[in-house]
Design a protein around this ligand. Structure first.
Ligand code: A2P
Length: 340
C-alpha cells in the first residue's frame, strides 16, 4: 500500500452500505487523511464513528467534494446521477455503488478479483462503478471457471437478503416478524407484500420484457465485467426473509468438458473464493456463515446430468460487504496504489 494518505468522503454515510464502507476503510487500514460523512439534510448533525472518533454528518451538496480525493457513494441512483459529476469536476474520483453509471461506456465497472485493469479508465469521467451485489458474487465464482472451460450459458436464481434494500427494509423484516409472532397487525412500507415468512419474485422494477431490472443488471453487468458478451445469461431474482447474505443457485454450461472436481480445484485457488463443499458433514455455504466476512462461499458443486458439459453450484456472500462496501474499498485501494 502506498505511503500517501487521502481525503475521503462517504456519501450515504448513515445508510446500510455507507456505514459498512466506513467500517471497511477502518478495518482494511485504508490511508485516510480525513473522512467526510455525507447524507441527506435529515441526518445533518448526526454522528458516525471512525477510528474511535465521532464525525458529524453533513448534508450532501454540490460543493461537498472540494479538496476530497476519493468519494464512496451509496445514497441511491438519483443522488449519484446528480452529485457524482460535481465531485468529478472538483477533481475527486467517485466510486459509485448505485446502478446509475454502471453501463456508461466511459465508466469502468470493476470487481478487483476479475478486472482490476479496468480501474485505469476512471480518467474518462472521474467515476468508477461498483457492480450489483448479486453480480459481484456470481462473477467472482464464475470468472476463473470461464477462463479455463469457457462458459457458454449461465442460469441463475437468487435468494437475496433484505439488507440489499437498505436500513428501512432491515427494520421492516424485523418489525413484521415480531408482529407475526405476537399475532399483531403487520405493516408494510418498503416492499409491495409482506416479506416476513414470504418470498418475493420481484427485485427493483419490472421492465417491458417481463424481467425485473435486477435480473437484467445481472445479464448486462456480467458481460461488461467479464469482457465477453457471448455468454448467455438468464436470471430470476428473489427477495427472501434473510437479513444479511445473498444465496445464488448457479447453473453453467461450458464449451470444454468440465467436472465437479476440476471446478472445485480451480475455485480452491481462486482469489476471494472459499469452497465449502462437504455434504457428508452437512457443510455447504449459508448466509449465516457468509455474513460479516468477505469471501464468496461456493458449495453443492455437482454435475448437471441433463446436459453434456454442465455444472450446478450454490454461491453465497455478504451482500453489504463483498457485494457492496468491501468491493468499493478494494477499488479505492487499487486507485490509491496505482493511479493517485
Ligand atoms: P439519510 O439517512 O439522511 O436519509 P439505505 O440504503 O440504508 O436506505 O441508506 C441510504 C443512504 O443514502 C442514507 O445515508 C441516506 O441518508 C442517503 N440519502 C438518501 N437520499 C439522499 C439525498 N437526497 N441526499 C443525500 N443523501 C441521501
Amino acid at each position: 500500500m502506498t505511503a500517501k494518505a487521502f481525503h475521503v468522503a462517504v456519501a450515504g454515510a448513515t445508510g446500510a452500505v455507507g456505514d459498512q464502507m466506513i467500517r471497511c476503510l477502518e478495518e482494511r487500514k485504508f490511508p485516510v487523511k480525513s473522512l467526510k460523512a455525507l447524507a441527506s439534510k435529515r441526518s445533518a448533525g448526526r454522528m458516525v464513528r471512525f477510528k474511535g472518533e465521532a464525525i458529524p454528518v453533513e448534508e450532501l451538496k454540490e460543493d461537498s467534494f472540494k479538496g476530497i480525493d476519493i468519494a464512496l457513494f451509496s445514497a441511491g441512483g438519483g443522488t449519484s446521477t446528480r452529485f457524482a459529476p460535481h465531485a468529478a469536476k472538483d477533481g475527486c474520483v467517485v466510486i459509485d455503488n448505485s446502478s446509475a453509471w454502471r453501463m456508461d461506456p466511459d465508466v469502468p465497472l470493476v470487481i478487483p478479483e476479475v478486472n482490476p485493469h479496468a480501474v485505469a479508465d476512471y480518467t474518462r469521467k472521474g467515476i468508477i462503478a461498483n457492480p450489483n451485489c448479486s453480480t459481484i458474487q456470481m462473477v467472482v465464482a464464475l470468472n476463473p471457471i470461464h477462463r479455463r472451460f469457457r462458459i457458454k450459458r449461465i442460469v441463475v436464481s437468487t435468494y437475496q437478503a433484505v439488507s440489499g434494500t437498505g436500513n428501512k427494509a432491515i427494520h421492516e423484516l424485523f418489525d413484521q416478524t415480531r408482529a407475526m409472532i405476537h399475532f399483531l397487525d403487520v405493516k408494510r412500507e418498503v416492499y409491495p407484500h409482506r416479506i416476513a415468512f414470504n418470498c418475493l419474485p420481484h427485485i427493483d422494477v419490472f421492465l417491458e420484457n417481463g424481467y425485473t431490472k435486477e435480473e437484467m443488471k445481472m445479464v448486462h453487468e456480467t458481460h461488461k465485467i467479464m469482457e465477453d458478451r457471448s455468454i448467455g445469461v438468464t436470471a430470476t431474482t428473489i427477495r427472501v426473509p434473510v437479513f444479511f447474505g445473498h444465496g445464488e443457485s448457479v447453473n453453467i454450461e461450458t464449451a470444454e468438458p468440465v467436472s465437479p472436481d476440476a471446478v472445485r480445484s480451480i475455485l480452491q485457488n481462486a482469489p476471494g473464493v472459499k469452497v465449502v463443499d462437504d455434504p457428508s458433514q452437512n457443510r455447504y455455504p449459508m448466509p449465516i456463515d457468509a455474513a460479516g466476512q468477505d469471501l464468496t462461499l461456493v458449495g453443492r458443486i455437482r454435475k448437471d446430468e441433463s446436459i453434456e458439459n454442465g455444472i450446478n453450484m450454490w454461491v453465497v456472500a455478504d451482500n453489504i460487504r463483498k457485494g457492496a462496501a468491501t468491493n468499493a474499498v478494494q477499488i479505492a485501494e487499487i486507485l490509491a496504489d496505482k493511479y493517485l
